[in-house]
Design a binder for this molecule. Structure first.
Ligand code: NAP
Length: 314
C-alpha cells in the first residue's frame, strides 16, 4: 500500500511529488502518457517560459523546466511511471489506481491532471488531423511540411498569439483567425502580434472547415459580421482556443463545476472525497500559470501530509 499516489506530471504534480518526497512519503507519480497530450503537461509545448521566477536572462524552455521539476522530485525519492491512469476505485479503505501496466493502492490521492487543448470538430478534422491540423503549434510547427508555408492559427488569447508568433519563425506567413474584433490576449502579447510583419490578424472570422484531401491545403472561414465565406491557402491549421480539464478517468467520483473543473474547499486542496486532493489546472480555470500550479501542488502535498498524520498513518 502506497501512502500517496499523484496523478499528473505538470508543475502541480511534480511540486506535490517534491514536497511529499521530502516529507518521507515516498510518492508514486503516474505521469500520464497520451491522455493529457504528453507527460510533463502543457509546459512541454511551451517555448520560452519567461515568467517562472528564478530564470533571469531569457527564461527557460518549457521542456527544460519540466525536466528539472521531475529530476528534483526523483532526487528526493519520488517514483515515476510514464503511463495513463485508466480508472480509480474510490471505495474504502484505499484508493485503487488502475494504470496501463500498474495497479496500486494508496491512502491518499493527489489529482494534478491539468487540462487539454480544445478542438472545434469541423467536418474534415478527423480526416486531416495530424495531416496539417494540430492543437499544438509548438509541438508540430517546426515540422518540414510547414516550413516556408502560409499557416493559420485559430483563437485570440495568449496561446493563440504566442503560438502564431512562434510559427512565424518557420512559416512564410501566419494568419491569426479570431472570432471577434479584439484579442483576449494580454497587452504585451497584442503588441508583439502587431509588431510582427509575418503575422496577419483576420478579425471577426471563424473556421468553417479545413480544405485538402490527404494534407491541409486551405482553411475555409466565415466572416461573422458579413457572413462572407472565403478561403485562405495554407499548409497547416492550429487550434489555440483554450482547454478542458482532464477529469474523464474519475468517472464523476469527485465533485466538479459545470465546466468539469474539480471543486476544492476554498483556499485549500481538499476535494469532495476525504483523502483526495487536487491541484493545478484541473482545479484552476482562472490563473492557469506554471507558478500557481506549482503553488497549489505544494499545498496539496502539505494537506495530504497533515491528513495522513491526523489519521495516524506513518
Ligand atoms: P483563452 O484565454 O481561454 O483564449 C481562448 C481563445 O480562443 C479566445 O480568444 C476565444 O475567443 C477563442 N475561442 C474559444 N473557443 C472558440 C471557438 N469554438 N471558436 C473560435 N474561437 C474560440 O485560452 P488560452 O489562450 O489558451 O489561455 C489560457 C490561459 O493561459 C490564460 O489565462 C492565458 O493568459 C494563459 N497563457 C499565458 C501565456 C503567457 O503568459 N505566456 C501563454 C499562453 C496562455 P473569445 O476571446 O471570443 O472568447
Amino acid at each position: 500500500m502506497e501512502k500517496v499516489i499523484i496523478i499528473g506530471s505538470g508543475p502541480a504534480g511534480f511540486t506535490a511529488a517534491l514536497y511529499a518526497a521530502r516529507a518521507g512519503l515516498a510518492p508514486v507519480v503516474f505521469e500520464g502518457f497520451m491522455s493529457g497530450g504528453m507527460p510533463g503537461g502543457q509546459l512541454m509545448t511551451t517555448t520560452e517560459v519567461e515568467n517562472f521566477p528564478g530564470f533571469p536572462g531569457g527564461g527557460i524552455s518549457g521542456p527544460d523546466l519540466m525536466a528539472k521539476f521531475r529530476a528534483q522530485a526523483q532526487e528526493f525519492g519520488a517514483t515515476c511511471h510514464q503511463e495513463d491512469v485508466d480508472s480509480v476505485d474510490f471505495s474504502p479503505p484505499a484508493f485503487k489506481v488502475k494504470a496501463d501496466s500498474h495497479e496500486l493502492e494508496a491512502h491518499v490521492l493527489i489529482v494534478a491532471t491539468g487540462a487539454t487543448a480544445r478542438r472545434m470538430h469541423v467536418p474534415s478534422e478527423e480526416k486531416l488531423w495530424s495531416r496539417g491540423m494540430s492543437a499544438c503549434a509548438v509541438c508540430d510547427g517546426a515540422l518540414p511540411v510547414f516550413r516556408d508555408q502560409p499557416l493559420v492559427v485559430i483563437g485570440g488569447g495568449d496561446s493563440a498569439v504566442e503560438e502564431s508568433t512562434f510559427l512565424t519563425k518557420f512559416a512564410s506567413k501566419v494568419y491569426l483567425v479570431h472570432r471577434r474584433d479584439e484579442l483576449r490576449a494580454s497587452k504585451i502579447m497584442q503588441q508583439r502580434a502587431q509588431e510582427n510583419s509575418k503575422l496577419e490578424i483576420v478579425w471577426n472570422s471563424v473556421l468553417v472547415d479545413a480544405e485538402g484531401d490527404s494534407m491541409v491545403s486551405g482553411a475555409t472561414i466565415r466572416n461573422v459580421v458579413t457572413d462572407e465565406i472565403s478561403s485562405i491557402a495554407c499548409a497547416g491549421i492550429f487550434y489555440a482556443i483554450g482547454h478542458d480539464p482532464n477529469t474523464g478517468f474519475l468517472d464523476g467520483a469527485l465533485a466538479t463545476d459545470e465546466q468539469g473543473y474539480i471543486v476544492v474547499k476554498p483556499g485549500r486542496t481538499h476535494t469532495s472525497v476525504d483523502g483526495v486532493f487536487a491541484c493545478g489546472d484541473v482545479v484552476d480555470k482562472l490563473y492557469r500559470q506554471a507558478i500557481t500550479a506549482a503553488g497549489t501542488g505544494c499545498a496539496a502535498a502539505l494537506d495530504a501530509e497533515r491528513w495522513l498524520t491526523e489519521k495516524g498513518i506513518e
